[in-house]
Design a protein around this ligand. Structure first.
Ligand SMILES: Nc1ncnc2c1ncn2[C@@H]1O[C@H](COP(=O)(O)OP(=O)(O)OP(=O)(O)O)[C@@H](O)[C@H]1O
Ligand SMILES: [Mg+2]
Length: 370
């Protein structure tokens, strides 16, 4: 197979068949992921899926039962955390309360050959970088949540790790500050070029900040891809359900050709779905997924690819940047969700109206039932 440019990017962290259990709980189950040098990589998944465990394995705070960890092409399975070229920012910041900002940030340099003047210069430089210039002698206990977060970041960055590991570093901040810090963290990562691996259960955070995302459930990484691909081509049904909203329609498979699969569902009728939009094994049933924003009230151009669905609008919810409608399509099916970005023209159907909505066959994703 011909190597693509993407294949040629150096993997700074290489996880191969990593497994870790705690008693009878399998926290990480045969995970293989390659993280590229200089990328902002996020591990995203629901609570308890094994994100922190995997991050701690990279850092060296946990040892895997099986599998290999390579950092910068070196096998580090038995290398202690302080010898690895990684550093970790913890969710609770772990700032020393009895030390001021200067002492906290310079802590890791104290037992080195550096003079106190040169440590001070490095601390100044890194405090400027995280937006805390001049805070050197501020007591740690007099810092806000966002400032503590920056101190923790500065303390990790001053050691110039090849890889910075961040475990839900923004989860304690309020919404506005969190969004501001997401933006700053992303800028900082791009400007210093260090590989960042961020653990989060917040999909918006992962989608907005990352070059690539690994989506994890029950110890298994289902998909590693760019935010756009994770959203538009989720590889499994649970990724499709976890990221954004998705309408699902259970369907039977009628027949299959080299290019497409003919399926039938109560609601959508008989449809030919392109094989590029079909994921998973080969079973008799599939779930067809369609994002709410793919439905249109006006019939789009697209010839035979355009299909329709009729029903009664039963609910309209204003969500700020979009409007979410629920459509009662009768039969046994649940409601179908439709979302629209308001255009300001205000000519939307009203609750109670019978409407027809349109979608394109290209917008359907099908998942074989497992
Ligand atoms: N030291 C431990 N001893 C026993 N079980 C553990 C230990 N650490 C983690 N687990 C279990 O392993 C599983 C994965 O935990 P982990 O902390 O990695 O999840 P997580 O994805 O980081 O979750 P969260 O989003 O809630 O932080 C959970 O079921 C957890 O209870
Ligand atoms: Mg965790």
């Amino acid at each position: 197979m011909k190597a693509t440019n993407e294949d040629l990017v150096h993997a700074i962290v290489s996880l191969n068949n990593i497994k870790k259990s705690f008693n009878d709980i399998v926290a990480v189950n045969d995970v293989s992921v390659q993280i590229r040098e200089g990328e902002f990589f996020s591990l995203l998944g629901p609570s308890g899926c094994g994100k922190t465990t995997l991050l701690r394995i990279i850092a060296g705070f946990e040892s895997p039962e099986t599998g290999d960890i390579l950092i910068n092409d070196k096998l580090v399975n038995s290398t202690p955390p302080n010898i690895r070229p990684t550093n970790m920012v913890f969710q609770n910041y772990a700032i020393f309360p009895h030390l001021n900002v200067q002492e906290n940030v310079g802590y890791g340099l104290q037992n080195t050959k550096l003079t106190s003047k040169s440590i001070k210069n490095k601390v100044d430089e890194i405090l400027d970088m995280v937006g805390l210039g001049g805070f050197n002698f501020r007591s740690s206990s007099a810092l806000s949540g966002g400032q503590k977060q920056r101190v923790a970041l500065a303390r990790a960055l001053i050691l110039k790790p090849r890889v910075l590991l961040l475990d839900e570093p923004l989860s304690a901040l309020d919404k506005n500050l969190r969004e501001q810090m997401q933006f700053e963290l992303r800028q900082l990562q791009k400007s210093i070029g260090i590989t960042f691996i961020l653990v989060t259960h917040d999909q918006t955070e992962a989608l907005t900040m990352s070059d690539r995302i690994g989506v994890m459930f029950d110890g298994i990484v289902d998909q590693v891809a760019t935010p756009e691909d994770i959203y538009t081509k989720p590889a499994t049904k649970r990724v499709a359900s976890f990221i954004g909203n998705m309408n699902f329609f259970r369907s039977n498979i009628l027949s299959s050709t080299a290019e497409s699969v003919r399926v039938e569902s109560d609601l959508l009728g008989v449809l030919d779905i392109d094989k590029v939009n079909i994921f998973g094994g080969s079973k008799a049933k599939v779930s067809i997924g369609i994002r709410p924003e793919k439905f249109k009230f006006k019939k789009p151009n697209g010839g035979k690819k355009v299909k329709s669905l009729a029903g009664k609008l039963i609910q309209k919810t204003f969500l700020g940047e979009n409007l979410l409608f629920s459509l009662d399509v009768g039969k046994k099916a649940n409601k179908v969700y439709i979302s629209l970005t308001p255009s300001g023209e205000g000519a939307y159907p009203k609750v109670g109206e019978n409407v027809t909505v349109y979608y394109s066959l290209n917008d359907l994703l099908a998942y074989f039932e497992v």
